[in-house]
Design a protein around this ligand. Structure first.
Ligand code: UDP
Length: 387
């Protein structure tokens, strides 16, 4: 039987985290020949993730230019990925999530009439400017893809509401849970080492607040408000803040001056994925504007305060481990202090569960793709309750 040629296109760290389990599962199945194209939207922090499972990209486009506009980036991605598709002539393209890379890859595939599978389909905030431009990227991808791998019931329902045929929607869970559980096992089997073990040693008796923040739509005032809230939290001696800073200079320019003077604040370089997972394991609570971190922290039973106006991941909030707090300084500080000072409030949010999946999403994706190829268009239905 001839192999099905799959081209996986990815550009950023979260895409690498959420796609490495899929690439590994496809590679383990002789029916597929998998090629990987990285756009270079993120560089070093993406390679760290792929190195974990020895994935070597077959194409590397290196599209990032300093100060490049979204138009220029999207244009470069479209022509670069189009050329890779012309060279590889895949039977199918796989994209993940909502980045400019994922959208450009879907569009380039569509221009060549090549089917697109979308991993983590159906997330919607219903506000096209939050998150920006991701909300529109994922809606545009949904208009192109013929296979939609929804992580949760509500994502599948959102796709149905937009008129996508039920037979094309597969509820598989979120591959981030596959990645997280795999890395957690790997971490727990190894002696504690690396920057997070050193920080645990340094902040021994303090409760650790893990922070990530770099959303594009928060750049400017949103991040300044968040920085002010963090400096208020850092004024307490019983906590330490561990904040892996995104490499984006505009982000660093806001947080470094606001927090540099505190001995109990560690502004560190981006952590590799196993180290970040170790930080989630170690901390008391999480403040974040990231999408992926909202999905990961509940698995560790760590309360998450989401510093955004809207979220396309309502499952954590419905389950009670996440709370949407926006970017107002007073609100972020007050919600953090409530969790630090009120054991009942903390206990109510600190429950380990996995509302986003069960760690077998990648395997289900491979099953669906196998069914597709075997039955020439008649899709094998996979139904799981990801909750
Ligand atoms: N992450 C990481 N190292 C860090 C910070 C985050 O590996 O120092 C991981 C985190 O576990 C999550 C992902 O990066 O899976 C989130 O990426 P990001 O916040 O860039 O994007 P988003 O999830 O908002 O798309």
């Amino acid at each position: 039987m001839e192999e099905t040629r799959i081209l996986v296109v990815l550009g950023t760290r979260p895409e690498a985290i959420k796609l490495f389990p899929v690439i590994a599962a496809l590679r383990a199945d002789a029916r597929f020949a998998v090629r990987v194209c990285v756009s270079g939207q993120h560089r070093g922090i993406l390679d760290q993730v792929l190195d974990l499972t020895d994935i070597r990209p077959d194409h590397d486009l290196g599209v990032m230019r300093p100060g490049q506009s979204l138009d220029a980036l999207t244009g470069a991605l479209l022509s670069g990925i189009g050329a890779v598709i012309d060279a590889e002539r895949p039977d199918r393209v796989i994209v993940q999530g909502d980045t400019a890379t994922a959208f450009a890859a879907a569009l380039a595939a569509y221009h060549r009439r090549i089917p697109v599978a979308h991993v983590e389909a159906g997330l919607r905030s219903r506000d096209i400017y939050h998150p920006w431009p991701e909300e529109v990227n994922r809606k545009l991808i949904a208009g192109i893809a013929d296979l939609h791998f929804a992580p949760t019931q509500s994502a599948a329902a959102a796709l149905r509401c937009e008129g996508i045929a039920d037979s094309r929607i597969h509820l598989v869970g979120n591959t981030v849970v596959d990645a997280l559980l795999w890395v957690r096992e790997r971490n727990r089997g190894a002696p504690a080492a690396g920057p997070v073990a050193a920080l645990a040693e340094r902040f021994q008796w303090r409760r650790i607040v893990a922070v990530t923040s770099h959303r594009r739509e928060n750049l400017g005032n949103g991040l300044a408000e968040i920085a002010a809230a963090l400096s208020r939290i850092a004024a307490r001696d019983d906590v330490a803040i561990v904040f892996p800073l995104h490499p984006n200079p505009a982000v660093r320019a806001i947080f470094e001056p606001a927090l540099a003077g505190f001995a109990n604040v560690a502004l560190v370089d981006p952590l590799d994925y196993p180290q970040f997972v170790a930080l989630l394991d170690l901390c008391t609570l999480v403040l974040t504007d990231s999408g992926g971190v909202q999905e990961e922290a509940p698995a560790f039973g760590k309360p998450v305060l989401v510093m955004r106006e809207t979220t396309e991941r309502p499952e954590g909030i419905a389950a009670g481990t996440a709370k949407l707090v926006g970017t107002n300084t007073d609100r972020i500080a007050a919600e953090t202090f409530a969790l630090l000072d009120d054991p009942a409030a903390y206990a109510a949010m600190a429950r380990a569960h996995q509302p986003f999946g069960d760690g077998r999403a990648a395997q289900r994706i491979v099953e669906v793709l196998t069914g597709m190829e075997n039955r020439a268009g008649e899709v094998s239905r996979v139904r799981v309750d990801a909750a």
